[in-house]
Design a protein around this ligand. Structure first.
Ligand code: OOG
Ligand code: NI
Length: 464
């Protein structure tokens, strides 16, 4: 029996969840509460609840976050994930997310095909430490970081060989599949090897994220995030259980119009026992608090125009908030700004070219257009000749990402803002990963365009 890549990926998500649930018990609570929120949401909203993904997809849906220390490690991660049919999509430079800057650049590994996403959308947000960024690391620290990272092995060579085979053949035999899953999962377990206390502390004074990456002998899952259909409900239920959430839900506000992009929130995980090696060579047990629980709600993918508008609105919210009376929440200001600037309906988003949709011809009577050869999208939607199905946002938001990173750190660390390191972008990071990183917009736009072409064929005329 051979195991196809989607099944490898689905099993990988489950096996990482088992591991993470054992390591971070609060994760299990989060998953239980998420399931309850989703069940109640479906019960209350019926079929509409599944507009942005089937309930079976959403229930199984997770994203992981991991952090690696060098281009070599990033290329290995890319090989490993390719075995699971997960490909790099999107570029995020968290160094320039202003106040909450952290010394990493990131991409997300995920399925890119619509069918593959529907079977299992497991994705992993993957960050790479940028060691030559003088805003964070002096030359001596850079040198030591690079040597430290170069000397460790994150992935068993056998895992990478199996990954290559799964990627080339699209499946693995059942024994190889078991082996691949065991090895791949083990790569992300929290290491019990001692951590050099002085080195860790040195890095932590600069950046807690740098310490979590370059101060420890292995990588680990930083968080594993379930998806909910109502994050406000989730937030209230977790708070009622006495779990201290970060003060806000990040990303778009709760409002009566369509949900777009991504809303996320998190709670700090408990301190975890770790072993340290002290300056005198003895080992001691201590604690670190670097991992956390995160949860998300996904909305409609925005076009480049929609995304620019989103960024402008976010800036407008900041401006208004700066002048708002004490006690005004960001979410309240944001909801007001959104009401002023965003269409209140999905159709409005589609017609304004702000959101991505798949259009389907319904086969019902089409409107007469006069010319008989072309019809406008608006009238086709209005007459019911065409329906628009929203395309869900499968990616991340750098500002939320940086906010999530930062809100869970104990200390902001130090940095010197004048000296930038390697000027990474999507192309440069693609070279590092060894695979072309897809631009998320191209993927969404291709889906929308394909659906329009099919709809035009079914209608027998062009749509404008
Ligand atoms: C990754 C933070 C980004 C998200 O959901 O935006 C992220 C990290 O903390 O390593 O996971
Ligand atoms: Ni995350």
């Amino acid at each position: 029996m051979s195991v196809p890549q989607w099944e490898l990926r689905a099993r990988f998500a489950v096996s990482l969840a088992d591991l993470y649930g054992q390591e971070v018990p609060a994760y299990t609570t989060l998953v239980d509460v998420s399931r309850a929120v989703n069940e109640d949401f479906v019960a209350a909203h019926g079929a509409d609840a599944e507009r942005l993904g089937s309930i079976s997809r959403v229930t199984a849906e997770r994203h992981g976050a991991i952090r690696v220390g060098s281009p070599v490690e990033m290329a290995q991660v890319a090989r490993l994930f390719a075995g699971f049919g997960m490909h790099p999509v999107g570029f995020y430079d968290l160094r320039d997310a202003s106040a909450s800057s952290v010394p990493v650049v990131s991409t997300a590994f995920r399925p890119t095909d619509v069918d593959e996403l529907a079977r299992n959308p497991f994705r992993v947000f993957t960050s790479m430490l940028v060691t030559d960024d003088r805003r964070f690391f002096d030359a001596a620290t850079q040198e030591r970081l690079e040597a430290f990272v170069a000397a460790r092995e994150l992935f068993a060579p056998e895992a990478l060989v199996l990954a290559d085979r799964a990627a080339a053949e699209g499946s693995l035999g059942s024994d190889d599949a078991d082996r691949f899953l065991t090895l791949a999962t083990a790569s992300f377990a929290l290491s019990t090897e001692p951590i050099d206390r002085a080195w860790y502390d040195h890095l932590e004074a600069i950046s807690a994220v740098a310490a979590d990456i370059g101060g420890v002998p292995a990588t680990h899952i930083n968080h594993l995030t379930p998806r909910v259909l109502d994050i406000d409900d989730l937030y209230a239920r977790m708070s009622a259980l006495g779990i201290a959430m970060i003060p806000e839900i990040q990303g778009p506000p709760d409002w009566e119009g369509p949900d777009v992009l991504l809303r996320q929130t998190s709670f700090r995980a408990l301190a975890e026992p770790r072993t340290f090696r002290e300056a005198d060579g003895t080992t001691t047990s201590g604690e670190l608090r670097v991992r956390f629980g995160e949860v998300e709600q996904r909305g409609i993918a925005l076009t480049a125009t929609g995304r620019d508008l989103y960024d402008d609105l976010t800036a407008e919210v900041d401006r208004r908030l700066a002048h708002a009376p004490q006690g005004t929440t960001r979410v309240a200001v944001a909801a007001e700004v959104w009401r002023e600037h965003l269409p209140q309906t999905e159709t409005g988003l589609a017609l304004a070219g702000l959101g991505f949709f798949r259009f389907h011809a319904t086969g019902t009577a089409r409107p007469s257009t006069g010319s008989g050869t072309v019809a406008g999208l608006a009238e086709l939607l209005e007459s019911g000749a065409l329906v628009a199905e929203p395309i869900v946002y499968e990616d991340f938001l750098p500002r939320s990402a940086a906010g999530i990173f930062q809100s869970n750190l104990t200390d902001e660390g130090s940095r010197d803002d004048d000296q930038l390191g390697t000027p990474y972008d999507l192309v440069r990071l693609s070279e590092v990963v060894g695979i072309t990183i897809a631009d998320p917009n191209d993927l969404y736009a291709a889906q929308q365009a394909a659906s329009l072409a099919e709809a035009e064929a079914a209608l027998g005329h062009a749509i404008n």
